[in-house]
Design a binder for this molecule. Sequence first.
Ligand SMILES: [Zn+2]
Length: 437
Amino acid sequence: MNILIEGIDILTSDRPVEFIKNADIGIADGIITFIVQHGQAPVSFRADKKISGSRRLAMPGMVNAHTHCGMTVMRNTADDLPLHKWLFDRIFPIEAKMTDEDVYWGTMLGAAEMIRSGTTAFADMYLHMDWAAKAAEETGMRVNLSRSPVDFHTEGGLKAIDAFEECRSYFKAWNGKANGRLKVYIEVHSTYLFDIESLEKAAALARELKTGIHIHLLETRKERDDSFARYGKSPVEISAESGIFDAPVIGAHLVHVSERDIELLKDFNVTAAHNPTSNLKLGSGIAPVPGMLAAGINVALGTDGVASNNNLNMFEEMHLAALIHKGAAQNPELVTAGQALAMATTNGAKALGFGNETGRIKVGMKADLLLLDVDKPHFYPLNNPLSAVVYSAQGSDVDTVLVDGNILMENRELKTIDEEKAKFQAGAMAARLISNG
Ligand SMILES: [Zn+2]
């Protein structure tokens, strides 16, 4: 399908051209084929669909670089607890009861929330991943799915179960599917749940499949202390030594990193997925993002699961990422609006392995973008569109969302998800999994 977005202002997130006024964007077969001054579209271009850009601002879709989408059923059920207690006493017992269908509908609900707040791609790490993949495919979103080669039986104590063959089959079933919208990485939950042998085997599997790894790293002080007590080394050093870092890696959190850890992350090109809300809410701390950016590390942004956020709104995450480091260091020059936008878009696309295809509005890139409704008091006057997007915008300002040139939401109406059904199913799941405990 050919789409023409007419008379639109664009925040490209592509340097050096950051802002283009009053342009026409042409999209053919999912690709941005031209960006020209309004009215200058090639006469040969036949649009099947025209979208007015009047009082709208186009920007790249948000990329959520770390979440557990199927967890939406646990929203607002286990709050105000430290991570270890939260995970082992509250989350694992609920997850032990979850079924394929729970994850399917949990993912659908999460996807509806993400599309509504402008997210076009996300990195998902969860359970029953065939059902997460099925839901992801149907939503039309771009998704990096990670499946663990070790399953954990959590009822009556944690027990590791070998699932390398299942992980290999999962990769073969889903990687590259849905016109390349689905990509499969290997999930390594953490260096505290995986032993050295499993870490090395997971690294070998990633090498064999030529794919990446999604791992939680140094989320809490306790994780760091426990790792030193067990190995005399940090989880970052353990990951580097066991071969995990030889693959492209999304390292979620990285709150308690040392200078040495930062050097290793840079040397091995590891992406840091910064989750400011989750880290604040679980009292884990504040990741040294300015230091990681200064070291040249690719820093992306994630919401984490809704059980520790408690939403999947990347505008909120970007806003917070642009603020907390300024406040913590009493330095307003840290994490600029431009850096925050790059973290939420371009850097995230790179983290998920889609960096050559999306994350910027540019000719030749896939049409993964959103239109913000800027005809609202909090956008007036629109003196600086970049500042407006980072400091003034709300997730609810997102009006229209395209992924791969397909319209997933238009004028706030979802096109690929039965939202009423997803909400109903989530309610039924909560009644079974949580309320009746
Ligand atoms: Zn997480």
